[in-house]
Design a protein around this ligand. Structure first.
Ligand SMILES: Nc1ncnc2c1ncn2[C@@H]1O[C@H](COP(=O)(O)OP(=O)(O)OP(=O)(O)O)[C@@H](O)[C@H]1O
Length: 265
């Protein structure tokens, strides 16, 4: 589906601040893969997503989507088939517009004909979809999103993204800014949508248990490299201890990450 061939990213090349954030990445994401990604702070996880999404142009290497070279395609073009959700729940939706207008914009992929298309048939459709979130949002469709909580907004962003049916979903720690209860709800919804709709997805998380529990494949990154890529039954057999041990074996150092350690239980 999507393939990275020898992709490297060097920031501030040729200056004292030169920083190789991605080092010769080779990765094939298969149709239907749900990949979780872990790695210490600064390992290159977000840079990997930014490179796939077209935010950064690789210093070297190629990106292929269904065998088509998209390396030089700008971010807005790739946004037509790549959906992204970030940590910040306010990023995915327009605060000063109603829930139904937000949903219509995503549905129509833009503002064109907004008022004309938002008819009662569409409202009924959005209502039915919102019921799946089990947050009572189907009765609040005329309220502006500024009135909703972080967890509710992240759930709406998730649903809107799923309705737009992207070929690839990039989730960049999308539950990290939520309280534990809401984080769990959003994670369960994410898992439900990905499974039901068979969506090809990649999810960065600092929570090793979540990385093991969700998805069919796990990548571990360190210093701009993918150091561990495990899937299927082998992934199912992982534990947090085994993962930390694996990191130790591969890098001859301990896995240092406060947030990870805090979220192990
Ligand atoms: N726009 C940029 N300009 C310069 N350096 C950058 C830029 N973006 C990221 N970096 C550097 O690239 C390296 C990888 O950063 P990245 O954000 O990808 O790490 P990460 O694994 O997502 O970390 P975290 O878990 O802390 O979010 C870091 O050293 C970071 O400082």
């Amino acid at each position: 589906m999507i393939e990275l061939k020898n992709v490297s990213i060097v920031f501030n090349q040729g200056t004292v601040n030169e920083n190789q954030a991605l080092s010769n990445i080779n990765l094939k994401v298969k149709e239907g893969d749900f990949i979780t990604i872990i790695g210490s702070n600064g390992a290159g996880k977000s840079t990997l997503f930014n490179t796939i999404a077209g935010t950064y142009l690789p210093s070297r290497g190629e990106i292929l989507v269904n065998d088509r070279n998209v390396t030089r395609d700008p971010e807005y073009k790739r946004a037509q088939y790549i959906g992204r959700i970030f940590q910040n729940p306010t990023l995915g939706t327009a605060s000063n517009m109603s829930l139904e207008d937000n949903m219509m914009i995503t549905y129509k992929k833009g503002f064109k004909w907004l008022k004309r298309s938002l008819n009662n048939r569409m409202r009924e459709y959005f209502k039915t979809e919102l019921v799946q979130l089990r947050m009572g949002l189907e009765d609040r469709m005329k309220e502006n999103l500024v009135m909703f909580s972080g967890g509710q907004r992240q759930a709406i962003t998730l649903l809107m993204m799923v309705l737009s049916k992207p070929a690839l979903i990039l989730l960049d720690e999308h539950t990290a800014a939520l309280d534990p209860k809401n984080a769990e709800i959003i994670l369960e919804l994410t898992n439900k949508f990905i499974k039901e709709q068979k969506l090809t997805s990649m999810m960065i998380t600092h929570n090793m248990s979540h990385a093991i529990e969700f998805g069919n494949r796990l990548l571990m990154m360190d210093k701009g490299e993918i150091i561990f890529d495990i899937e299927g039954e082998a992934k199912k057999a992982l534990t947090v201890e085994k993962l930390i041990q694996k990191f130790h074996e591969l890098r001859h150092k301990s896995f240092e990450n406060d947030r990870t350690l805090l979220s192990e239980e």
